[in-house]
Ligand binder design. Structure first.
Ligand SMILES: *Cc1c(COP(=O)(O)O)cnc(C)c1O
Length: 439
C-alpha cells in the first residue's frame, strides 16, 4: 500500500484500509473478516467513534475493554497518576533496581489479598502471570525433591491465556485452542463445575474430583482454576463450595492450588477477590486486567511464603523469569491510583447497583426465542443462546442501540465499568437483548 506522510492524521477510510492490509486483531484471520470500528477517544463510559463518512458516534462501553476499565476512561485521578509518574520516569529495568511505584503496589496487593499470599511477581500480561504461576508450582516441587510432580489439573470450560502453557489448561474442546491438542503438554481435566453460584454442592462431582486428585497426586503439581466465574471459556458461574472443596482436597493430597483471578479480581463478582466468596486462600494467585484500571498492561502472580521458601531451597534457588518491562513504573503508578480509587469508595454498593440494574434490564431477554439462559453475578451479565451467535449481526444490533458489545460463541455478555449510570445500564440491557434477537 502507498506510503502516507507521518504526522498528518489519517482519513478514516485510509486508516481502515491500512488496518486491513497489515494489522492482526485478536482471534482473527488476516485480513480480518469484519471491518473494525475506529475509536478516536474515550471518556467516562463512552467510546467516541470516527465514522468513515465523517462525523462521530458515541457508544456506551458494555465491555470495560475486556474487564479492565473499571473506572471508565480518562479518569482525572488516573490520568494524573500517569502524568506524575511520566515526569519522574516511564521505565527503568527491574534487575538490581527498584522504585516506589512497584514496591507500593506489591505491598498493597499483599495487604488486600488473602493473608497467606506474601510475595509478588510483577508480570506484563495475564498470560505471562499464569506462566509464572505454573513455573512457581513446578519449581516448588522440583526444589523440594519431588520433580515428578509436574502436571496440572483443572476443570473444563476454563480460560487462562493464549501462550502455550496457559493454553494447555484452557478448555480443550469448546475453547479456541483445539488446534494445539497435539503440541501442548497433556494436563488432567475434570468436567465443568456444576453451574450456579447458589447451587448446592453436587456430591457426585465432588467425589469425582476427590478420586482424580487422590489418584494423580504423585504427578500433580497444582490445580488451577478461575474461582466462581469462568470467563472467556464460557461465562459460567459456580458455587464457592467447589473452591472450599478444592482447598481441602489439595491440602489432603499435597497439591498446590492456583486461582486465576485475572478476570474476577478487583470487585467484579461482588467480592474484592472471588476467593473471598469461599473464605479461603490459594497458594498462588494471578491478577491482571482491572489491576491498572485498564490504563496499561500489567499483571501479578502472588504466592505464599511456603511456595517462595520451597523454591529458594532448591538446587537452582532462583525463579528464572524476568520480563524486560517487569514492574513498569507507569503501570505500577496507575495501578496504585486505581486501587486507591476503588477502595476509597463504596465499591460493593456500586457493583450491587450494577447487578440489580443488569437483572432488571436483562429480564426481558429470557423470553427471546433462541435464548437458553440469562444470568447475572456482580457486575457481569450474560445471555446464552441455544446456537452460535451471528457475531456481525449481534454487534451491529448493539451498536444501533448505542452500545459496544463483543459477543462470542453462544454468548452475548456485558461487564460494564463500575461508574456506569442507571440509564446507561438500561441501555446496555436493551442492547444485549437486541443483540440476542439479531444474533
Ligand atoms: C484475560 C485472561 C487471561 C490472559 O490475560 P492476558 O492479559 O490477555 O494475557 C488469563 N486468565 C484469565 C482468567 C483471563 O480472563
Amino acid at each position: 500500500m502507498a506510503p502516507f506522510s507521518p504526522g498528518t492524521p489519517l482519513p478514516v477510510d485510509r486508516l481502515v484500509a491500512l488496518d486491513r492490509a497489515h494489522v492482526w486483531h485478536p482471534y482473527s484471520p488476516m485480513p480480518g473478516k469484519a471491518t473494525p470500528y475506529v475509536v478516536e477517544s474515550a471518556s467516562g463510559v463512552r467510546l467516541r467513534l470516527a465514522e468513515p463518512a465523517g462525523g462521530h458516534r458515541e457508544l456506551v462501553d458494555g465491555m470495560s475493554s475486556w474487564w479492565a476499565a473499571i473506572h471508565g476512561y480518562g479518569h482525572p485521578e488516573l490520568d494524573q497518576a500517569v502524568r506524575d509518574q511520566l515526569g519522574r520516569m516511564s521505565h527503568v529495568m527491574f534487575g538490581g533496581l527498584t522504585h516506589e511505584p512497584a514496591v507500593r503496589l506489591a505491598a498493597r496487593l499483599v495487604e488486600i489479598t488473602p493473608e497467606p499470599l506474601q510475595h509478588v511477581f510483577l508480570a506484563d500480561s495475564g498470560s505471562v502471570s499464569v506462566e509464572v504461576a505454573m513455573k512457581m508450582c513446578l519449581q516448588y516441587w522440583q526444589s523440594i525433591g519431588r520433580p515428578e510432580k509436574r502436571r496440572l489439573l483443572t476443570w473444563r470450560g476454563g480460560y487462562h491465556g493464549d501462550t502455550f502453557h496457559p493454553m494447555s489448561v484452557c478448555d480443550p474442546e469448546g475453547g479456541m485452542h483445539q488446534l494445539w491438542g497435539g503440541v501442548l503438554p497433556r494436563q488432567l481435566f475434570v468436567g465443568e463445575p456444576p453451574a450456579g453460584f447458589d447451587a448446592p454442592l453436587d456430591a457426585g462431582y465432588a467425589a469425582e474430583l476427590d478420586e482424580l486428585i487422590e489418584r494423580e497426586a504423585d504427578e500433580l503439581a497444582a490445580v488451577i482454576v478461575e474461582p466462581v466465574v469462568q470467563g472467556a471459556g464460557g461465562m459460567r458461574f459456580h458455587s464457592p463450595e467447589y473452591l472450599r472443596l478444592l482447598r481441602e482436597l489439595c491440602d489432603r493430597h499435597g497439591v498446590l492450588l492456583v486461582f486465576d483471578e485475572i478476570a474476577t479480581g478487583f470487585g467484579r463478582t461482588g467480592a474484592l477477590f472471588a476467593a473471598e466468596h469461599a473464605g479461603i486462600s490459594p497458594d498462588v494467585m494471578c491478577l491482571g486486567k482491572a489491576i491498572t484500571g485498564g490504563y496499561l498492561t500489567l499483571a501479578a502472580t502472588l504466592c505464599t511464603g511456603e511456595v517462595a521458601n520451597g523454591i529458594s531451597r532448591g538446587e537452582v534457588p532462583v525463579l528464572a523469569h524476568g520480563p524486560t518491562f517487569m514492574g513498569n513504573p507507569l503501570a505500577a503508578a496507575v495501578a496504585n491510583a486505581s486501587i486507591d480509587l476503588l477502595l476509597r469508595q463504596d465499591w460493593q454498593q456500586e457493583v450491587k447497583r450494577i447487578e440489580t440494574g443488569l437483572r432488571d434490564s436483562l429480564a426481558g431477554a429470557a423470553g427471546v426465542p433462541g435464548v437458553r439462559d440469562v444470568r447475572v453475578l456482580g457486575a457481569i451479565g450474560v445471555v446464552q443462546l441455544d446456537h452460535p451467535v451471528d457475531m456481525a449481526a449481534a454487534t451491529e444490533a448493539a451498536v444501533r442501540e448505542g452500545v459496544w458489545l463483543r459477543p462470542f460463541r453462544d454468548l452475548i455478555y456485558t461487564m460494564p465499568p463500575y461508574i456506569t449510570g442507571d440509564e446507561d445500564l438500561a441501555r446496555i440491557g436493551a442492547a444485549v437483548t437486541a443483540a440476542a434477537v439479531a444474533g
